[in-house]
Ligand binder design. Structure first.
Ligand SMILES: Cc1cc2nc3c(=O)[nH]c(=O)nc-3n(C[C@H](O)[C@H](O)[C@H](O)COP(=O)(O)O)c2cc1C
Length: 338
């Protein structure tokens, strides 16, 4: 019995997004505690984690299940997602100054898709730099976004020593100039790569075709360590609160676009060593996660599936990989384990 699906359909989808945004962390913390407790009496399923170690770009992760940028707006939430079973967790995008984000409503929930116009609400880089402990156990992926060279440099200065990977968000459709012009992105990458010690990951936009994105990757390949592909697809929706009714589509409908981008990238960069890839966009089932890992040698990341189907999605990934495919998994990850 999948309780969360019913909860999502009949309750969560009908609550104003301003409320779910504020109560989400409390809800998931309570869910985590109660689930651990109730599973002892077999009233709920256990949050099961198997051992699927993976090595990418010389970093070790507990498992190949990622969490995309967009929900974890503080370090505690990042840790919580690891407890649910993710091996790689990206922070929500951090900007130089704190941002309120766009007017509500800014999240429209569908059955298998979401439209959001959040507008990168966050407490700003100084707040994050204070909150992040100087030592950490799980690899840290921080998503960042500057408006200009000064912003980028300040973001690097404050976060470089506190992250394993800095993911450059050039692709948010919900802020002014959000999907950055490729020439501006090129200049920013060169500048950032020259000052950062952390690994640099680029988050790509589906607004650019696979071949445009590939050309861009070719130009900056020596400056970056990997890519994240893809951000949301720009779309209009009358219920969104911002005056332009502009938002970004995520979930199931993105999967086709994700595959066509990955298909082309892997023709030029066949292995993980050639180009490490974090893949996101419509990965809403364990089967899709498996295909992304084995067919495209990319690490499956989720966000919409977590928000729509609940945190037990990670348990399903673990179980599926373990029950059905364990031996295949071992074979499939040989290329990741060097
Ligand atoms: C509510 C919401 C907020 C998001 N916020 C961010 C963000 O802050 N930074 C970012 O790079 N991507 C953000 N994204 C995009 C996701 O990281 C991801 O690229 C996209 O949703 C596709 O994956 P999915 O289909 O699994 O959701 C957001 C997406 C959603 C639904």
């Amino acid at each position: 019995m999948d309780y969360y699906r019913h909860l999502y359909r009949y309750v969560v989808s009908n609550i104003p997004d301003s409320l779910t945004e504020r109560s989400g962390a409390f809800f998931f913390t309570t869910y985590l505690r109660w689930n651990n407790y109730l599973s002892k009496f077999r009233l709920t399923g256990e949050i099961k984690q198997y051992n699927f170690p993976i090595k990418i770009a010389n970093m070790k992760f507990k498992n190949p299940f990622g969490f995309s940028s967009g929900w974890a707006d503080n370090p505690q939430k990042m840790e919580m997602i690891h407890e649910f079973g993710a091996g790689l967790v990206a922070s929500k995008t951090i900007t130089y100054r704190a941002r309120e984000g766009n007017p509500y409503p800014r999240l429209i929930r569908g059955k298998d898709q979401l439209i959001n116009s959040m507008g990168l609400p966050n407490k700003g880089v100084e707040w994050w730099a204070e909150q992040l402990s100087p030592q950490w156990e799980n690899p840290r992926i921080l998503s960042i976004r500057g408006e200009n060279q000064n912003d980028w440099e300040r973001l690097i200065e404050l976060l470089d020593k506190k992250a394993d990977i800095l993911e450059l968000n050039f692709s948010c459709p919900n802020v002014h100039d959000g999907v950055m012009d490729l020439e501006a992105s090129y200049d920013a990458v060169k500048d950032i790569a020259s000052i950062a010690d952390s690994k640099i990951w680029l988050k790509l936009s589906p607004e650019y075709s696979p071949s445009q994105n590939l050309d861009f990757i070719d130009r900056v390949r020596s400056d970056i360590d990997g890519i994240s592909c893809i951000n949301t697809i720009p779309i209009k929706h009358q219920k969104l609160g911002n005056p332009n009714k502009q938002g970004g589509l995520s979930g199931d409908p993105l999967y086709k676009e994700l595959e066509s981008q990955l298909n082309l990238f892997r023709k030029s960069y066949p292995t993980t060593e050639d180009l490490p890839i974090f893949a996101m966009g419509g990965i809403i089932s364990p089967e899709r996660a498996w295909d992304i890992l084995t067919d495209y040698k990319a690490v499956p990341f989720i966000l919409s599936a977590f928000l729509m189907y609940g945190p037990s999605i990670y348990t399903k990934f673990h179980k599926h990989f373990h029950d059905q495919k364990y031996l295949l998994y071992e074979r499939a990850i040989q290329s990741y384990l060097n």
